[in-house]
Design a protein around this ligand. Structure first.
Ligand code: PMP
Length: 395
């Protein structure tokens, strides 16, 4: 009956995790998956989140509404847009609690494809693999725009602008407001100003996917592009995730935010979002949403949580610095400054597929074939081995 069903080869990142798990070498190191680990190689739970978990408890939770917990939705809008953003009182920011950042992308993609069916969409070259899958799954034809420059390990900004200048009205452009995944290479505020000006002139739809707020600069500066798009009154979609910054990976906590032109249209958008949720999964998970609400709505816990995220950010920065120091010492003729310029959990290392393969085969160190390294997987116990091995294969 199911013989005709097409074989699924598996997700490349998750398959690599499996290969790693089956690797018998005791000194193996995985830097492949996008998870934040602490200096002991453990997934930490911030104390602020632990406090909230204890308060929420494990008793029966009723269904949440289709659009999610009302308080959570309000607090998320404040976190993303800034608590005193004037748009918050205009009743035209639609917020839906979603199943992680992935759920927000899916819901946004479905909505745009249904109600603006002619639109095409573009993701950065490269981008998080699942962006393409999610938008194609919603019916989009997905193209890519120039972004990463392998020669400079920076952004092909001129080409990116030129490309955006060719796009027709209502084209969706998926942007990473901070901590670009997979490269770690971000736009500067000035570059954002330029890009968003083009987005406005050409009447494009900016879809900002922010899975790492707080890991780049701080919670406000990481949201610069989103807040600027709101200030420019662009038809913004923004997705966010609490998987990494609240360690809510398995709880599936995220949100989709849409800026509508007015309160009446915001109502229409929210209505269709609810309908779509009802038809797919009915309502979002309660536990994680309540935990996030508790943290975000309690002033002291909010500050404590943000401080804890900054500690994670700073640990990642220290690892970047250490990698830079060791590699620069070992190979002084090479410029490794990109390691300290990149932001967030990931780094495009500049390693070729063959060099990544050598790291895996000779040193039991796992990176993605693209050369992406999860900097948050480095710690005082493994950084020397990783830096030495990288120096060996970079030679
Ligand atoms: N967008 C980006 C850029 C991501 O890196 C991720 C997580 N890897 C997501 C979205 C999805 O987030 P979640 O795991 O909360 O679904």
């Amino acid at each position: 009956m199911y013989q005709h069903v097409q074989h699924y080869a598996g997700d490349p990142i998750l398959s690599l995790v499996e290969t790693f798990q089956n690797d018998p070498r005791p000194n193996k190191i995985s830097l492949a998956i996008g998870i934040y680990f602490d200096n002991n190689g453990k997934m930490p739970l911030p104390n602020s989140v632990l406090t909230a978990e204890k308060q929420i408890g494990f008793g029966v939770k009723s269904y949440l509404p289709m659009e999610g917990h009302a308080g959570f939705r309000t607090e998320v809008a404040k976190l993303i847009l800034g608590a005193d953003n004037p748009v918050l009182t205009e009743n035209r920011v639609v917020v839906v609690q979603t199943l992680g950042g992935s759920g927000a992308l899916k819901l946004g993609a479905e909505f745009i494809h249904r109600w603006l069916p002619q639109t095409k969409m573009y993701v950065s070259d490269p981008t998080w693999d699942n962006h393409r899958g999610i938008f194609e799954g919603a019916g989009f034809e997905v193209g890519s725009y120039p972004y990463y420059d392998a020669n400079t390990i920076g952004v092909r900004f001129t080409q990116m602008c030129a490309f955006f200048n060719t796009l027709p009205e209502n084209t969706v452009v998926l942007l990473h407001p901070c901590c670009h995944n997979p490269t770690g290479v971000d736009l500067s505020p000035e570059q954002w100003d330029t890009i968003l000006q083009i987005v406005a002139e050409r009447k494009l739809i900016p879809f900002m996917d922010m899975a790492y707020q707080g890991f780049g600069g701080d919670f406000d500066s990481d949201a610069y592009a989103i807040r600027k798009a709101v200030a420019m009154n662009l038809p913004l979609f923004a997705s966010c995730s609490f998987s990494k910054n609240m360690s809510q990976y398995g709880q599936r906590v995220g949100a989709l935010l849409v800026l509508a032109p007015n309160a009446a249209e915001a109502e229409l958008v929210l209505g269709q979002m609810k309908l779509n949720v009802r038809h797919i999964y009915s309502s979002p998970p309660a536990q994680g949403g309540l935990i996030a609400y508790y943290v975000l709505s309690n002033k002291e816990l909010l500050i404590q949580w943000q401080t804890e995220v900054y500690e994670m950010r700073d640990r990642i920065r220290q690892m970047r610095q250490k990698l830079y120091d060791v590699l620069s010492r070992r190979l002084p003729e090479k410029d490794f400054s990109y390691f300290i310029k990149q932001r967030g959990m990931f780094s495009y290392t500049g390693l070729t597929v063959a060099q990544v393969q050598r790291l895996r085969d000779e040193f039991a160190i796992y990176l993605l074939d693209s050369g992406r390294l999860c900097v948050a997987g480095l710690n005082d116990g493994n950084i020397d081995a990783v830096a030495d091995a990288m120096a060996a294969v970079f030679k």
